[in-house]
Design a protein around this ligand. Structure first.
Ligand SMILES: N[C@@H](CCC(=O)N[C@@H](CS)C(=O)NCC(=O)O)C(=O)O
Length: 305
């Protein structure tokens, strides 16, 4: 479990109940919002992310307090947020003063504290497959970042020079996120077009494997008959590329059919889409216009494996 002991922020130990620091348009944040909704924990108050107002410190029972950290305004790339989330990424979750990071570790933690509607299978074969699919999903996160920044966000995601220097100053030497290097290269257009295409290829390889798994098993979900944390991480991974205009229905039809099942879930509707409608629509529209003019991601996608 990724628990951060004694974080520098004085806010964290004051927070009671469940508080989530997140951004509704970010895949890693969506994984946790999805899991919270699957667990029946509803979003309660929404308060400024650094608020220490007395009325904001206690989350109501059965709900979680949402503390939005705008990745567009780069709220995450600040000393105040680095004092909470040491790698300057979302999400972070505080439960009764204890800070948890790493989205899939948070999902596992939620499964532990609210065992109803289990997300981690107990059957050893399914559990091993679930772990494997989560690990693969995590390893592809850097590819989602490259693809999203290139095909969806573009210049919007660039930081100014001051923020870039601040990230370099604040980032811990052993941060797994390597945000300082990423922003340095992305801001100066130093990432080769072939690199973006390679990342898209890695994702396609992963989607292809899941497409074959679903087709061959004939099961409704990735690890079998019931929904699991593997469906959360992969569902969100498909959502993001779908928003970039990726042609899932033609390239990976079994995965596309599975995604319809995932997005029909109340947990997906309430946890992910209810707070993400605007970005979703804007991303999809942008992708459609690009496609219309002969550009966009479908031009770089390969045919089904
Ligand atoms: N391993 C982390 C990765 C978190 C992560 O990369 N979050 C992204 C959003 S999906 C982020 O906050 N990026 C900050 C940025 O790009 O400036 C987790 O799973 O929680």
């Amino acid at each position: 479990m990724a628990i951060i002991e004694n974080p520098p922020s004085s806010l964290v130990p004051q927070l009671q109940g469940v508080h989530m620091f997140g951004f509704d348009g970010a895949p890693c944040s969506q994984r946790v919002s999805f899991a919270l909704a699957e667990k029946g924990l509803l979003r309660g108050k929404k308060v400024p992310h650094l608020s220490a107002a007395a009325a904001h410190l206690q989350a109501r029972d059965g709900t979680y307090t949402f503390r939005p950290v705008s990745l567009i305004k780069h709220d995450n790339l600040t000393a105040d947020y680095a004092a909470i989330q040491p790698h300057m990424v979302v999400p972070a979750l505080v439960h009764d003063g204890v800070l948890h990071i790493e989205s899939m570790d948070i999902v596992a933690y939620l499964d532990e504290i609210r065992p109803e509607n289990p997300l981690l299978p107990t059957d050893p074969t399914r559990a091993a497959l679930c772990d494997e699919l989560i690990e693969l999903g995590k390893s592809l996160h850097v590819s989602v970042r490259h693809v999203t920044f290139n095909w969806t966000l573009g210049n919007l995601a660039k930081t100014d020079a001051k923020t870039e220097a601040e990230v370099r100053r604040l980032e811990q030497a052993d941060s797994p996120e390597k945000l300082a290097d990423f922003y340095q290269h992305f801001n100066s257009d130093a990432i080769a077009a072939t690199t973006f295409i390679e990342h898209l290829g890695k994702l396609e390889q992963g989607y292809g494997e899941q497409n074959v798994r679903l087709r061959d098993s004939g099961q409704p979900f990735l690890t079998g008959q019931t929904f699991s944390a593997a469906d959360i991480i992969w569902g969100i991974k498909v959502l993001r590329l779908y928003e970039c205009g990726y042609p899932f229905a033609s390239n990976f039809p079994d995965l596309a059919a599975w995604f319809e099942r995932v997005r029909a879930r109340p947990g997906f509707k309430d946890g992910v889409m209810a707070n993400h409608r605007l970005f979703h629509t804007v991303f999809r529209l942008k992708a459609r216009v690009e496609h219309l003019f002969g550009g966009g991601i479908s031009k770089s996608s390969r045919a089904a494996a």
